[in-house]
Design a protein around this ligand. Structure first.
Ligand code: PAZ
Length: 311
């Protein structure tokens, strides 16, 4: 596997505009202009992993570990952005976790029981399900959550550019919370075979991947220059994590990097700005009680965003 790099214009030219792009664009535009009119802040939460197709008529693709726990948790009400006067655009990988869905599955399983030939509902479990459904209904009624899906890297980046440009209309009231795990490598369309790669040649498969251009740079400089931008940095080596986060802040000049390690990402992150490094920890006891680290991450970011808007 080898890799070379392209610039962002090449990337967008080499990758097709996603299906239903204009429909999604219009939905985001309408959503932002509605919330702009009532003075709401809007956060874009990106969530889940991107796929990198190996064939145009895709049978095989490269994927990654992310299932969207962080993004989906952060886009829920109560506790997170929605409770603090934000409307949320949830840009998520299709079939990854969505706000509320992760609670529903477990609760539904707990609620139902088999008695003889029939399935019955355990009434003592219905109240927590009811409360989740009520929260969700409330969010829907106020039109506070817009979910937009993507699957491939190209779809994600086309939608990221569009949403950032749309959000720039609300200037500093826009917050970009980029928790998606985005591939660093891709195969340009013109280098991709159209049909399924055959395994009958006896030769090992050689892949040549290009480096994805770093989109944070145009995002901060051109697409949403007035927004408050939070990127996430994932590493597996603790020794390089903070250095990489500081280097991203220096290169892209955005406001915050949330640095995390693959194995401990649910219990430990560091909120890094140019001036400060603030560890955020979730104890085992709190985790056992059902608390989530995203609550504190979001709380800290909301305070910093408020300060950013005021200044
Ligand atoms: O989706 P998830 O909850 O399983 O994981 C969250 C995460 C590790 C993808 C996120 O915290 C993150 O670090 N995103 C950026 C990854 C990167 O460096 O590309």
């Amino acid at each position: 596997m080898s890799a070379t790099s392209a610039n962002k214009d090449d990337f967008f030219a080499q990758t097709a505009v996603p299906e239903r792009f204009s429909e999604k664009y219009e939905l985001m535009k309408e959503f932002v202009s509605k919330h702009r009119a009532i003075g709401n802040r809007v956060v874009l939460v990106s969530s889940g992993g991107t796929t990198v197709p190996l064939e145009s008529r895709t049978v095989r693709f490269i994927d990654n570990f992310s299932i969207g726990t962080r993004g989906s948790a952060s886009a829920e009400y109560p506790l997170y952005f929605l409770q603090h006067g934000y409307a949320v655009i949830f840009l998520y990988r299709l079939r990854s976790l969505e706000p509320y869905s992760r609670h529903l599955q477990r609760r539904l399983m707990d609620m139902l029981e088999v008695k003889g030939d029939s399935v019955t509902v355990k009434h003592d479990h219905t109240s927590s399900l009811k409360s989740i459904l009520q929260q969700y209904e409330g969010v829907k009624a106020k039109d506070l959550l817009l979910s937009i899906d993507f699957t491939s890297l190209a779809e994600y980046l086309h939608l990221l550019r569009a949403s950032a440009q749309i959000l720039n209309a609300i200037h500093s009231k826009a917050l970009l919370y980029l928790a998606a795990a985005v591939s660093d490598f891709y195969i340009p369309k013109h280098e991709m075979p159209e049909h399924k790669i055959q395994s009958s040649t006896d030769k090992p498969l050689q892949l040549s991947l290009q480096l994805v251009p770093k989109m944070l740079k145009p995002l901060v400089k051109e697409w949403a220059p007035d927004a408050f931008v939070v990127s996430f940095k994932l590493e597996t080596d603790r020794n390089i994590l903070i250095k990489k986060a500081l280097s991203a802040l220096d290169k892209y000049q955005h406001q915050v990097v949330i640095a995390n390690l693959l194995d401990t990402r649910k219990y430990e992150v560091v909120l890094v700005t140019k001036e400060t490094e603030k560890p955020i920890l979730l104890s085992k006891e709190d985790s056992d009680k059902g608390l989530e680290i995203e609550e504190e991450i979001v709380k800290q970011l909301i305070a910093r965003h408020k300060h950013f808007i005021e200044s």
